[in-house]
Write a protein that binds this ligand. Structure first.
Ligand code: GLN
Length: 428
């Protein structure tokens, strides 16, 4: 196995965009823990590109809140990792700096959009990395790279310094080789932040509480009926084997239903593109990053914004369309209604059960360069977007062989999701 900073420099997987120079690390509970950071999280004095030509040489003047907290806790930031441009993608292939390879089979994609973060953890180069998740970008690559990945409750971790994609969905979270380190890092990065008005007014994630939940050892567990009907055979088999094992340990297992689930993917791709079209308006060649001068202001905008990659342009076009006069009600408002339905249906599960399980990935990772249609790639997010729309915590537990299972817990019950993951790791 290729381990450590030297491996990050060699970077056989094209997972790293910048290796961070050695610097003085603070004393703190994380004790010099090496952490890799998705390159859409800003780092003072260290180039931050969002894997886009438009930010190729952008060196931020400030640290994201999660970076400040990691540094204060004694972590060592070692690398900025590759991603789908502006976190838009499910395979890692939309990076302007080339695709990342899967650490367990270089002919396969690592999953996206936190492709580099999942790959360096999967390869054992670092014990933990930060990713961001808007519709599945932590959980899907974690599943494809056989590692742990956690999307916290929306607002549990500050977004200050996260380059915005879809602000009502974006969350930062950890990707790790085991649930213990993942929980330790959650404890450090979470909690209210005056710089992000959408952070929840609740205490930081508690490692202790997640451990306590993992030790309880008697749970009521739900699994999503509709999701099992659409996954591929090898995934269904592995998932049902886990459900069996959980049942044999004396836990209650019941089926739950997500009837509104069929609206999740279309609603997500309306809401996320709408928000993206607005967030990406700031890349005009005046305020940030690269400017390509043209013959007048409009021409400068056109030339500069032509630096966006194909998928980013597609999202800006779709997002602008769904928000435009005459279509706003038909698409955007309808998507918001679907989102409310999904959220209510998911919340209702937890009257009967403690956690809900569902596969993370509907299929095994595609081959690199398979060249499917955009919608086929969007389908990889089918099982992750419902929980993004609902804002609830969801943890990917790796089952091996590129298959992951999500542990979903109620809103703000992040410790429950991670604690149940710890329990599963003990019975696997
Ligand atoms: N794959 C989804 C998308 O392309 C999710 C991306 C993400 O979570 N950042 O929008």
């Amino acid at each position: 196995m290729d381990v450590g900073v030297e491996a990050l420099k060699r970077d056989p997987l094209n997972a790293v965009l910048t290796v961070v120079e050695e610097y003085e690390v603070a004393e703190g509970p994380l004790n010099g823990l090496p952490v890799a950071i998705k390159d859409n999280i800003v780092t003072a004095g260290i180039r931050t590109t969002a894997a886009s030509k438009i930010l190729e040489n952008y060196v931020p003047p400030y640290d994201a809140t999660v970076i400040t907290r990691l540094k204060e806790a004694g972590a060592r930031i070692v690398a900025k990792t590759n991603l789908d441009e502006f976190a838009m993608g499910s395979t890692g292939e939309n990076s302007a700096f080339g695709p990342t390879k899967n650490p367990h089979d270089p002919s396969l994609v690592p999953g996206g959009s936190s492709s580099g973060s999942a790959a360096v953890v999967g390869a054992g180069m670092v014990p933990v990395a930060l990713g961001s998740d808007t519709g599945g970008s932590i959980r899907l690559p974690a599943a494809f790279c056989n590692v742990w990945g956690f999307k916290p409750t929306y607002g549990r971790v500050s977004r200050y310094g996260l380059i915005a994609f879809a602000s009502s969905l974006d969350v930062i979270g950890p990707i790790a080789g085991d649930p213990d380190i993942l929980a330790r890092v959650m404890e450090v990065i979470s909690g209210p932040d005056p710089a992000d008005a959408t952070t929840l007014d609740s205490p930081p994630f508690s490692y202790e509480r997640s451990r306590e939940f993992s030790a309880r050892g008697r749970y009521r567990v739900g699994f999503v009926k509709e999701h099992l009907e659409i996954v591929s055979d090898e995934i269904r088999e592995k998932f049902l084997a886990l459900i069996d094992r959980i049942g044999q340990r004396g836990n209650g297992v019941v089926e739950v239903s997500l009837r509104s689930g069929k609206f999740a993917l279309p609603a997500y791709y309306v809401i996320a593109t709408a928000e993206a079209s607005s967030n990406l308006a700031r890349y005009d060649g005046v305020r940030y990053g690269v400017r390509v001068d043209g013959k007048d202001l409009t021409d400068t905008y056109v030339r500069t914004r032509s630096l966006f990659g194909k998928e980013v342009k597609r999202r800006i076009l779709v997002g602008t369309f769904v928000l435009s006069h005459g279509y706003y009600e038909a698409y955007y408002l309808k998507a918001l209604k679907a989102r409310r339905l999904i959220k209510e249906e998911i919340a209702s599960w937890f009257k009967e059960v403690d956690v809900v399980l569902t596969p993370t990935n509907p299929t095994l990772p595609p081959k690199l360069g398979a060249g499917f249609s955009p919608v086929e790639y969007y389908r990889l997010d089918t099982l992750t977007v419902p929980f993004s729309l609902a804002g609830v915590p969801a943890l990917n537990v790796p089952l091996g062989d590129f298959v992951g299972v999500q542990v979903v817990a109620p809103y703000e019950e992040d410790e429950r999701a991670v604690g149940f993951g710890m329990y599963v790791s003990e019975i696997l």
